[in-house]
Structures are given as C-alpha cells and as structure tokens.
Design a protein around this ligand. Structure first.
Ligand SMILES: [Zn+2]
Length: 263
C-alpha cells in the first residue's frame, strides 16, 4: 500500500495543475544558464527532483521493513488459528533437503527455506554423530497440500482433526521453516511413539542450538494443538536462545515478539 502510494507520488497523474507547472518549468529551463544540463524536454528539473525523492523514500521504506517480512518468511511470523498465510504464499528460496544432505523418509525430495535447511543439515549431522537417528518426514507444505492433509484427517477423525492438524493457511509448514521428524522406532511415520525415543529427547536438548524449537510442547494448550514431539520450527539461533531464556512456549513468545503475516 505504501509502495503504491509512493509510486503515485513519483508519477503524478497529469491534471490541469501539473500541466501549468510543467510548462512554467520548461520556460525557466530554456533560460538555464547551464547549457551542459540535459535538454529540458527529456528530463525536466521537477521530474528529476521527484525521481530522486522517490528513490530516497523507497530506500528508507526498504530499510524499515526487512525483506523477509515482505515475503512472509520472517522468522518470528505468527501463524496460528487466528493468523493465516495467504492461499498463494510460497517462500522464494526453497531448497531440496536430500540435496542439502538432510535425510528424508525414502529419500523424498522434501523442501525447506535455504537458511533453515542449512541449519537442519548441521542438526541431523550432530544427531548422527551422537548415535541418534533423525529423519525428516514432512517439511514445506503448500496451501493445497495442507488442504489435502487436513481434509483426510477430518474424514477419519471428524471434529477432533482440528487438534491434530492446522486448517489450510494456518500451518507453520506453509512457512517453509517447519519440519516433522521420525525414525525407525516410529516406523518412519509421524506418530506419538517418536516422543519416547532417545532421538526425541536429544532433539529437545540440542535443537535450539541450531535455531529449531518445539512448536507444540506438552501441557501448553494455548495453541489448541496436542503435544507434537516431532514438530519443530526454525526461528534462528538467537531467537531460540531468547525463547529458552524466557521460559515461554513458542506460541507465547510469538504473541509477545512476533509479527502478523504481511503478505
Ligand atoms: Zn508438523
């Protein structure tokens, strides 16, 4: 909206007032004492000034608003039941997890935002070094994919599906920064038994070092979702540290410090 307004400012519609201004400027430009300046007819002085102002203003707007925010990929964006992502939102820097060296179920070509994928690679490598098996079962899910997931669960569980899966547009998976883990014990599926494995305990202790945090912890019903020991979201290493120090759940932390989707 701001950008549209600025563009309108930069390129004013030619009303009667402007026509008068343009002709008076052309007259003064013709009398310019500086013949080296460009022809008045190509770049009028008033237009050059407006263009310069427009660039300055656009630059200050860019500096105020992080670029990530423009693409909804802000690390602390709040996506929950009341806060939705647009239907067509897809992050613009998704990369293949297997290509990044992250194990996925059956080597599926799951994708995640680049920064999250790079940190996930370090996380899974550290788990392997400690003798734990962590495999990614789900990563980025489009709005349409989430629709299928949600409708499938609803057809099986009815209204209870709302505590198990987000409705389309309300899933952290659409951000491209959330993953579901599994392993051999959990039969490489997303299911509660994963929470009883040493790999899940390892994750609780180590994931924040890599910027990943548990989105839906046990005993915290403010999200409206059950405990999901497999679901982690990347929020950046510094934010994960601050979250741990705060003692808040991710939901409470995002309500306090997060931003609404701006896309
Ligand atoms: Zn999940």
């Amino acid at each position: 909206m701001i950008l549209v307004g600025l563009i309108v400012l930069g390129f004013p519609s030619v009303g009667p007032g402007e026509r008068t201004l343009a002709s008076s400027v052309r007259l003064s430009a013709e009398r310019s004492p500086h013949p080296s300046e460009p022809e008045a007819g190509t770049v009028p002085v008033w237009a050059r000034k407006n263009e310069a102002q427009r660039h300055t203003m656009l630059e200050s707007v860019r500096q105020e608003a992080p670029q990530e925010r423009d693409t909804c990929g802000y690390r602390l964006v709040l996506v929950d039941r009341p806060h939705a992502l647009p239907r067509g939102y897809v992050p613009n820097d998704l990369v293949s997890l297997p290509a990044a060296g992250v194990p996925t179920v059956s080597g599926r070509n799951l994708v995640l935002r680049r920064e999250a994928a790079e940190h996930l690679k370090d996380l899974t490598a550290a788990a392997t070094a400690d003798g734990e098996e962590l495999v990614v079962a789900s990563a980025f899910r489009s709005y349409l994919h989430q629709s299928y997931t949600y409708e499938r669960l609803k057809s099986i569980y009815g209204p209870e599906a709302d505590t198990m899966s987000a409705s389309p547009g309300h899933s952290q998976h659409q951000l491209g920064t959330a993953v579901d883990f599994t392993n051999w014990v959990a039969a490489y599926q997303v299911q509660p038994i994963f929470g009883h494995t040493s790999a899940a305990w390892w994750l609780r202790d180590h994931a924040p070092r890599y910027g990943f945090v548990l989105s839906y912890p046990p005993g915290r019903d403010e999200t409206g979702y059950r405990f999901e020991p497999w679901h982690y979201r990347y929020i950046g290493v510094e934010n994960a540290e601050r979250l741990q120090e705060s003692g808040l759940s991710l939901q409470e932390f995002l309500v306090r410090e997060g931003v609404s989707p701006h896309c």
